[in-house]
Design a protein around this ligand. Structure first.
Ligand code: NAD
Ligand code: UGA
Length: 480
């Protein structure tokens, strides 16, 4: 069958992947009409907001794409049926979180949103439609989608014929650099059976991606490659974080170790920054998914190997909480602690699985009074993540008459507000503005003796020490 010329794209899911990915496609392919649809009407309204500050996600460079393409060849809409029906290609870019109940709970991906999409496509698609898995999915999910679509093909015998191809085209963008990653990908991966359909999708990317970077594989390899990429990246972080603990115990410095091993071209220098533990919506979920698949296919040793990457990450986060308490004379009860950064990494407002959540909860449990600052995360989001309402601001918690030994937190609008009166400041996200803090000024407004815990290795160590502040840095054995 000769596939028709592509004119209309529909992307189901206007989230962290759907929004930026489609913005870049719209920008690079002005001849295409790109329609991003979602069941979440509020999210769509935010994508359509005339104030670009109100876009539902923060990504550097995204606002410019939206400004350029929105309502020209890029549309955000809740009219899901209409846009599926008009589409030559449908991207499925919906959430695939870990199942919370039933078979595989706590490990397997919950595919109910993906299945719902497949059913919608089967019902409303017309003519030939290429269905593209953009969401990260367990191996063999394409079979489920195909099965649902094949049924629609059979039922369409008497109407004008509806036919489908299913491709896997996983997304490798990182939050905070999504636009840059989409514009200059290391590779675009397309898995499928029908080479014509693969070529049609490749044609879109060829508008800006060099041919040699577009990889074609079978569909199962493509699905598994996505899980494997995330598992390998997360594994590197757990590896270097495990080494940071040895550095702190022995007098070595994890930055020096990372530089030394990263200079070996077989190892490479990327993803060797020791930090407070990996966060983000996908590393943990995708490894758990891999673990589930291994168990399902009777490979318990392989499952155990990957499970350890997550266990080490959790252990590492609690390790940081414990050492903070230990350093602050064994108790943080009633002490104001400044938390700098709540997002799981810089340049995003996303807090999913952020290390800050675990560390803040640990410190609140110990009775601390946290003053949390983040340039892009708001109070509501932190309340949701911690499961605790923010308290009224308490400038001097130890003398506050209303204070009991229960930990609390409040939102600081500025870093000064967070630092003022605090015994310690913990840097959990590598926001640029934290690199430029005036530590002499900080020393004056903090309560002495004061500590800076730099879990991201971003401060100028001399400036902090010269200001008379005590400094702890991740993986720095010189502090023993
Ligand atoms: P997200 O939660 O930000 O967005 C998903 C959107 O899909 C939501 O707005 C939701 O309302 C919508 N949705 C769910 N079911 C729907 C339906 N039936 N019809 C219409 N809309 C529906 O998720 P995300 O972060 O964009 O991730 C999407 C997928 O991409 C996941 O599988 C994830 O693993 C993968 N991924 C994410 C990233 C990332 O950086 N976030 C990177 C690569 C891959
Ligand atoms: C990650 C992958 O990098 C993307 O390729 C993938 O598409 C995406 O997951 C996904 O599937 O969702 P993302 O989670 O957005 O992207 O961000 P990363 O830059 O990978 O960072 C993840 C976490 O690891 C962050 O908490 C970050 O601070 C931490 N990290 C990263 C380190 O602690 N050290 C490093 O050297 C690198």
């Amino acid at each position: 069958m000769v596939l028709p010329q592509i004119k209309n794209i529909c992307c189901i899911g206007a989230g962290y992947v759907g929004g930026p990915t489609m913005s870049v496609i719209a920008d690079k392919c002005p001849y295409l009409s790109v329609n991003v649809v979602d069941i979440n009407a509020q999210r769509i309204q935010d994508w359509n907001s005339s104030n670009l500050e109100d876009l539902p996600i923060y990504e550097p460079g995204l606002d410019k794409k939206i400004e350029k393409c929105r309502n020209i060849n890029l549309h955000f809409s809740v009219e899901i049926e209409k846009h599926i029906s008009n589409a030559d290609i449908v991207f499925i870019s919906v959430n695939t979180p870990t199942k919370t109940k039933g078979i595989g709970a706590g490990k397997a991906s919950d595919l109910k949103w993906v299945e719902a999409c497949a059913r919608q496509v089967s019902k409303f698609a017309s003519g030939h439609t290429i269905v593209v898995e953009k969401s990260t999915l367990p191996v063999k999910t394409a079979e489920v989608i195909k099965k649902i679509l094949e049924d629609a093909e059979l039922n369409s015998q008497n109407k004008s014929k509806t036919t489908f191809d299913v491709l896997s085209n996983p997304e490798f963008l990182s939050e905070g650099s999504a636009i840059e990653d989409l514009e200059h990908p290391d590779r675009v991966l397309i898995g499928g059976e029908n080479i014509e359909a693969i070529n049609v999708l490749s044609e879109i990317y060829l508008n800006w991606v060099p041919k040699e970077k577009i990889l074609h594989t079978n569909i199962w390899s493509s699905e598994l490659a996505k899980l494997t990429a995330n598992a390998f990246l997360a594994q590197r972080i757990s590896s270097i974080n495990s080494i940071s603990a040895i550095c702190e115990a022995t007098g070595a410095d994890v930055r020096e170790v990372a530089r030394a091993i990263g200079s070996d071209s077989r190892i490479g220098s990327k993803f060797l920054d020791s930090g407070p533990g990996f966060g983000g919506s996908c590393f943990k979920k995708d490894i758990l998914n891999l673990v589930y698949l291994c168990e399902y296919f009777g490979l318990p040793e392989v499952a155990k190997f990957w499970e350890e990457v997550i266990a080490l990450n959790k252990w590492h986060q609690h390790r940081i909480s414990k050492l903070i308490v230990k350093t602050l004379f064994g108790t943080v009860t009633g002490k104001k602690i400044s938390i700098l950064g709540f997002a799981f990494k810089a340049n995003t407002n996303d807090t999913r699985e952020s290390a800050a959540i675990t560390i803040c909860k640990d410190l609140i449990e110990e009775g601390a009074v946290l003053s949390i600052h983040d340039p892009k995360v708001d109070t509501c989001q932190i309340e949701k993540d911690l499961g605790i309402k923010s308290s009224v601001n308490s400038e001097d918690p130890l003398t506050d008459k209303t204070f009991d030994s229960k930990g609390v937190w409040n939102y600081a609008k500025t870093t000064d507000e967070s630092l003022s009166g605090s015994d310690a400041s913990i840097i959990l996200t590598e926001w640029k503005e934290y690199e430029n803090i005036d530590w002499l000024k900080a020393k004056k407004i903090m309560r002495s003796p004061s500590w800076i815990f730099d879990a991201r290795s971003i401060v100028n160590t001399n400036e902090v020490k010269n200001a008379g502040l005590n400094l702890w840095r991740i993986g720095d054995g010189s502090q023993i």
